[in-house]
Design a protein. Structure first.
Length: 369
C-alpha cells in the first residue's frame, strides 16, 4: 500500500493502537512528573558539520549508570547478531509562502496530510484570512491553492492547481518545516534529512538518525550487525505539547507506517537468535511496537498507529534505543521513561544539562542499553 493510497483510505482502515498501562488500576499520571528545567541556550539551532561528531550519553536502563562518549563510539556498544532498526522516511519541503490572490496579503501554508485530487490538509497562518473560497498564489503563479473547507483544529483543506509534477514544484518552492524551537535558517536542507531517507511523506525528520553517516553505517554492517529499514511518516503532532494534567487522557496523533516482509524477517530472526533489537529513534520504536503482536512476533504490513508509550508499558520487541534529548513534559520523554525508568531518565537529563549537551533535533544523542 502506498502512502497516498493509505491517506485516502485512512477513515476506513485507521488502526488505533493506544497502549494502556499494564496496571489498569492506575488512573492518573501527572504531566509535571516529566518536567525538567532546560536552559534556552542548550537548544541546538544548527547541525554540526560532521554528523557523527555529536556527543553520546550512554545510559544503563537497569542501573542508571552513565558514560559520556561521542556518537562515532557507538560501534563499541554494538555486537555481531544485533539488529539496528532505522526509519527511512523522507521529509518533504512542506512549508510554502504565498499571497492571497485578491489582496496580496502574505500567507504561510504547512502541508500536513495528502488527500485525493490534489487536496491537502494544511495549517495556515494567519488562518482568519483564509476562509473557504480564498485563492493563494505561490511562486508567482507556479502553484495555486484554493481553500475548500475548514476541518478539525482549524486546519484548512486546500486544493492545488499547477502544471507539471507536484513534487518537483514543491522541491522548487517549499522550505523544510523545521520545529518551532529552531529559529535559525537552515543553510543546507539535506541536513534535516537522514543519509538513508528514501520515502517522501514526513513533516519532521526522525532526528536520532541524523547522527549517522554512510561510512558509519557501513562500518556497523561490516561488524555483523543487521540493518532493518522501516517507514513511519512523522507528523507535526510529534511537537504537540501534552495539554492535559493527567497523562492518561492525552490523545496521540496518528501516523502512517510500513514494515516490509524482508525487514520483519531480519528483526524476528535477530530475536530468535538471541540478538538485540536496537531502534534508531522513537519513530522506529513506535513502528515496530505497533506492528508486533502479544506473541512478540513483528508482522509485516502497513497502517495507521496512535501508539502512546509511557511508564508501565511492556516493550514487545525493542531492547535498546538510540535517541536525542527531548522536550520537557513531551510524549517522547514519557516513551524513554517507559524504557529506562523516569528517575534514571531525569537524572540523565540533569547530567546532560550540567555537562552542556545540545538538546532537541540538531542536538546530541543518548544510547539506552
Amino acid at each position: 500500500m502506498t502512502w497516498l493510497t493509505a491517506q485516502i483510505q485512512k477513515t476506513k482502515t485507521q488502526n488505533s493502537q493506544i497502549e494502556k498501562k499494564e496496571d489498569n488500576t492506575m488512573e492518573t499520571m501527572n504531566v509535571k512528573d516529566f518536567y525538567f528545567d532546560l536552559p534556552q541556550e542548550l537548544i541546538a539551532q544548527d547541525p554540526l558539520e560532521d554528523r557523527s561528531a555529536s556527543r553520546l550519553l550512554v545510559l544503563d536502563k537497569n542501573t542508571g549508570e552513565m558514560e559520556h562518549r561521542h556518537f562515532r563510539d557507538i560501534t563499541e556498544y554494538l555486537r555481531p547478531g544485533d539488529c539496528l532498526v532505522i526509519n527511512n522516511t523522507k521529509v518533504i519541503p512542506a512549508r510554502l509562502f504565498g499571497v492571497k490572490e485578491d489582496t496580496q496579503a502574505k500567507i504561510e501554508v504547512l502541508l500536513l496530510k495528502r488527500r485525493e485530487n490534489d487536496i491537502w490538509e494544511t495549517l495556515v497562518k494567519p488562518g482568519k484570512k483564509c476562509k473557504p473560497g480564498t485563492v493563494i498564489v505561490f511562486g508567482e503563479g507556479l502553484l495555486k491553492g484554493t481553500v475548500i473547507d475548514v476541518v478539525e483544529e482549524g486546519n484548512r483543506l486546500i486544493q492545488f492547481s499547477y502544471e507539471g509534477i507536484f513534487e518537483e514544484i514543491l522541491d522548487q518552492l517549499g522550505q523544510m518545516p523545521l520545529p518551532p524551537y529552531i529559529t535559525h535558517q537552515l543553510k543546507d536542507k539535506n541536513r534535516y534529512q537522514t543519509v538513508y531517507a528514501e520515502h517522501d511523506g514526513s513533516a519532521a525528520a526522525p532526528t536520532a538518525g541524523l547522527h549517522f553517516t554512510k561510512e558509519l553505517l557501513a562500518q556497523i554492517e561490516a561488524m555483523g550487525v543487521k540493518i532493518a529499514h522501516v517507514t513511519l511518516h512523522v507528523g507535526l503532532g510529534t511537537f504537540r505539547p501534552v495539554k492535559v494534567e493527567n497523562v492518561l487522557e492525552h490523545h496521540m496523533h496518528s501516523e502512517f507506517y510500513v514494515v516490509e516482509e524482508s525487514e520483519a524477517k531480519k528483526i524476528n530472526d535477530t530475536k530468535a537468535a538471541g540478538g538485540r533489537v536496537i531502534c534508531v529513534g522513537t519513530t522506529s520504536c513506535r513502528t515496530i511496537e505497533s506492528a508486533t503482536g502479544e506473541d512478540g512476533i513483528l508482522k509485516a504490513g502497513s497502517g495507521w498507529t496512535e501508539i502512546f508509550i509511557y511508564p508501565g508499558y511492556k516493550f514487545k520487541i525493542l531492547d535498546c534505543l538510540i535517541t536525542n534529548f527531548h522536550l520537557p513534559e513531551s510524549t517522547l520523554v514519557m516513551l524513554v521513561s517507559a524504557l529506562a525508568g523516569r528517575e534514571h531518565i531525569l537524572n540523565a537529563y540533569n547530567e546532560a544539562i550540567k555537562e552542556r549537551y545540545r538538546f532537541f533535533s540538531f542536538g546530541d544523542a543518548m544510547l539506552i542499553l
